[in-house]
Ligand binder design. Structure first.
Ligand code: G6P
Length: 605
């Protein structure tokens, strides 16, 4: 849709809860629109409902936005549109319909100011009333931003108008603003990620680093309540005081290829295969730091583990590692539930949060609840400069490399490896822990061979048409049963559920009928025979048993052999379930990298 197109009929405004990716470029390159679209394609995992770009062409605001995936954008449409700056957006919406008009960028009625936004403006209704509802064309909260800037712009400079507008906004935002006639970009953040990439006389403003990684590895992280003005240079300021801020330039140790699919059909498969190396990177940590963290946990009075989705299941596995290896009780709560436990928190408590993106809003809220009670926060993240990392007292980087598929795989095994390493350090067995985990990485390397993949694909073929699938596990493999269920649900839309093996007889077994695929996660541990017995109970009800285990058993209809790695069994048992989820998705004709209704980084509560 062009900015000049006829407006669609006005609907009642709705709060637009968005995750989204935003990207802006300014510099000598004249193909800014193409560059921004290509950058947004690298952020597509953040949202794929609609996309849009804006710049100035022939002295007028040019806006093009449409529903659909940014990966399907036709770059040829933008080849002859020369401009040295542009902004763009790829949207994930839960409220506020997926329409061309609701797509970003949004612009002022006089079509001089365009804005891309990630977050939620809570007082948008009030601002709409103030400006006059009749001036709005979209159903979004975001549109109040360019409208308010335009209103202030009549009385003051562009910079001042943006600052004045930001001061009026309540809620969470990362925004990039541009203005016809004044060829520079302004960005600001509160609660949503925004990073400044600093190249040679050129600058990038993005929700995540892969958007500009091929141009620069040097970044400035914008913190909450900070604004940046980008033209020939960068000028940072505090939004509340208007005072200038000096920022440290950080060099990111990531290669552009790590954010590409390479020879793989999907990022999910590439990332599953990368687990050969990613676990080794995760355990390659500074010994003093690990010992310090082990001591922090030992000294704490009340230690909690928290995360969301897959990271939450990793935390549950951590609960078992700390108990089985370090004889220490650690309490797990999903981050969305954690604040409820605030009565149990005190200054000597420790909260360990686990997050791939380092930006998950529920995790940030859990941290806030802990900090209010004076607790220390340790984070385990995959994004070094992320908000969660920067807001913790201590942060460990798992070094898994860019993870793009919505379904988390390599980050999960790296997080587990690190938690296990810390548990071994707590009992003075760090070196043994390192050796065991290095051995696990090498066993995974052997396991992930083409024959193994073909075999798993065959198993997937046998179960792909079933609408239900159950997974059981006991002890440290119970969280893996829950995690395997998440993987299958999110990429293949098969109804999958994980259960503690022993809980079957208390209800879930009623769900099993002739041929229902049931996956049993087994390790060579003290609960092995219990899990086998529970598997036999399933088989007696007609289940088709897929046994993931180091040893074969007659109860299995399909046996997926995994290496025997003792207490580290969750790290190897989870891998065939990741592959099963992947192949079921592909065989059902779905795109495992972009599951419906989901986003990789969930920056709203
Ligand atoms: C989303 C993703 C999940 C992820 C969860 C937590 O729901 O779809 O794959 O596990 O967020 O994300 P985090 O970045 O905090 O690990």
């Amino acid at each position: 849709m062009r900015a000049t197109a006829k407006h669609e009929p006005q609907c009642e405004p709705q709060l637009e809860i968005i995750m989204c990716g935003i990207f802006g470029y300014i510099g000598p390159k004249e193909n800014s629109l193409e560059l921004v679209i290509k950058g947004l394609q690298k952020l597509e995992y953040r949202g794929y409902d609609s996309w849009g770009v804006a710049t100035e062409l022939d002295g007028e605001l040019f806006v093009d936005k449409k529903i659909g995936k940014i990966s399907e954008a036709n770059l040829d449409d933008f080849k002859d549109k020369k401009c040295n700056f542009a902004i763009g957006h790829t949207r994930w919406a839960t409220h506020g319909g997926v329409t061309d008009t609701n797509a970003h960028p949004h612009f002022s009625s006089d079509k001089t100011i365009a804005v891309v936004h990630n977050g939620i403006i809570e007082n948008y209704e009030e601002i709409r009333e103030m400006i006059g509802k009749e001036n709005f064309v979209s159903d979004t909260d975001t549109e109040v931003i360019p409208q308010l800037i335009a209103k202030y712009r009549k009385e003051m400079g562009f910079k001042e108008a943006v600052l004045e507008t930001i001061k009026k906004l309540k809620g969470r935002y990362a925004i990039v603003v541009t203005n016809v006639g004044e060829n520079y970009l302004i960005a600001a953040r509160r609660g949503s990620p925004l990073i400044v990439g600093v190249g040679e006389n050129e600058y990038f403003l993005a929700s995540d680093i892969p958007a500009f990684l091929e141009y620069t590895q040097n970044v400035n992280y914008l913190d909450d309540d900070e604004m940046v003005i980008v033209d020939g240079g960068v000028e940072f300021m505090n939004i509340t005081t208007g005072e200038p801020i000096k920022k440290r330039l950080v060099n990111i140790d990531l290669k552009a290829e790590s954010a590409e699919k390479g020879d793989y059909d999907h990022f999910m498969l590439k990332e599953i295969m990368e687990q050969k190396e990613s676990i080794l990177r995760a355990i390659n940590q500074d010994t003093d730091e690990i010992m310090h963290i082990a001591q922090m946990i030992k000294n704490s009075r009340g230690c909690f583990l928290s995360g969301c989705g897959t990271a939450g299941k990793v935390c549950m596995a951590g609960e078992y590692f700390f108990s089985l290896i370090a004889n220490r009780h650690v309490n797990f709560a999903p981050s969305s539930e954690f604040p409820v436990y605030h009565h149990f928190l005190r200054p000597e408590s420790l909260l360990i949060v686990v997050s791939q993106s380092g930006e998950t809003a529920d995790v940030l809220e859990a941290m806030e609840a802990a900090k209010k009670k004076g607790c220390k926060v340790l984070s385990i993240v995959n994004s070094e400069g992320s908000t969660i990392a920067r807001q913790s007292d201590f942060s460990l980087h798992i070094k898994a490399g860019v993870e793009k598929a919505v379904a988390s795989t390599k980050a999960a095994t790296s997080q587990m490896a690190l938690l296990m390493l810390i548990a071994t350090a707590m009992v003075g067995e760090l070196q043994e822990g390192r050796r065991l985990l290095a051995e696990v990485a090498s066993q995974i390397n052997d396991m992930l061979n083409p024959r193994f993949l073909t075999y798993i694909k065959d198993v997937a073929e046998r179960i792909k048409d079933h609408e239900n699938c159950y997974i059981i596990g006991k002890a440290e493999n119970y969280p893996m049963a829950l995690e395997a269920a998440i993987k299958i649900q999110e990429v293949s839309y098969v109804h999958a559920e994980g259960f503690a093996a022993g809980e079957l007889k208390h209800g879930p077994i009623a769900l099993v009928t002739e041929g229902t695929p049931c996956i049993s996660l087994i390790a060579n541990d003290e609960v092995k025979s219990d899990t086998i017995n529970n598997t036999i109970e399933l088989k007696a009800r007609g289940a088709h048993i897929i046994g993931i285990s180091p040893e074969k058993h007659e109860v299995f209809d399909d046996w997926i052999k995994v290496p025997d790695v003792g207490i580290a069994s969750p790290l190897v048992n989870i891998i065939p379930t990741q592959l099963l989820a992947y192949y079921i998705s592909v065989l059902r004709g779905l795109d495992p990298d972009m599951p419906r209704n989901l986003a990789k980084s969930v920056t709203v509560k």
